[in-house]
Ligand binder design. Structure first.
Ligand SMILES: [Fe+2]
Length: 227
């Protein structure tokens, strides 16, 4: 993960804060899931190739890393806009990456971007790609609510304030779609509290993240409350 953007003038940042009426673990499940984009975000970052490219999961100590790489595809609308902003042909074939990193207790950083196909993908030169880091800080409030600080740090056109506003608005819209889904999930959980969450893949990234949280809570003798 690139974390050099904090004090680097070639990077900039825009973001916001949402109050979400859902347990914080549901947000972690959501951010550590790269399968919902085609249905929840079909008009922005979703695309059919997502369902065709496998994800890999790694656990490194207390961190979970989930990634997907797609090669030789057309960028979805959100990334076409970013390619245009960085002077790239939005119709060009690209390689796309998503690298999610869960860092306990509750934050997630996601490397995301597209690079012109054949130019090195994630490692391509800055002028050959549109590269960002999605920043997610989650603060639990109650068993059924949390505060979600979200944003995007980007490596291209850092002084373009209008672009920062546009990306913030687009990203805010994408996270609104997630928020609506999470709040409906929480409403269902409250309505049927005796039903357990379905976790069909115990090796999935959300499940691994939950296990790390539970292990760390156990070390502090804090009772685990599952959403
Ligand atoms: Fe989402």
């Amino acid at each position: 993960m690139n974390s050099g953007f904090f004090e680097n003038p070639t990077w900039t940042y825009g973001g916001g804060l949402y109050h979400v009426k859902a347990n914080d673990r549901l947000m972690i499940d959501n951010l550590m899931d790269l399968t919902h984009e085609t249905c929840v975000h079909a008009n922005s970052i979703g695309q059919p190739e997502i369902d065709e490219a496998p994800c890999t999961t790694m656990v490194e100590g207390d961190q979970v890393i989930l990634q997907r790489h797609m090669t030789g595809i057309q960028a979805p609308p959100f990334w076409q806009m970013d390619m245009s902003a960085n002077g790239l042909d939005p119709q060009a074939q690209v390689n796309r990456w998503q690298i999610c990193r869960f860092i306990p207790p509750t934050h997630i950083m996601i490397d995301v971007g597209v690079a012109l196909a054949g130019q090195g993908g994630f490692d391509a030169a800055p002028e050959r790609k549109a590269y960002s880091v999605v920043v997610d800080f989650i603060t639990p409030e109650t068993e059924t609510s949390h505060w979600y600080q979200w944003g995007m740090a980007r490596q291209f056109k850092p002084h373009d304030a209008a672009l920062t506003d546009k990306i913030r608005a687009d990203q805010g819209g994408i996270f609104n779609e997630d928020m609506e889904m999470l709040q409906l999930q929480q409403a269902n959980i409250c309505q049927w509290p005796d039903r357990k969450l379905l976790m069909p893949n115990i090796y999935s990234d959300g499940v691994q993240s939950r296990r790390i949280i539970e292990r760390l809570l156990a070390l502090e003798n804090i009772p685990v409350v599952t959403a």
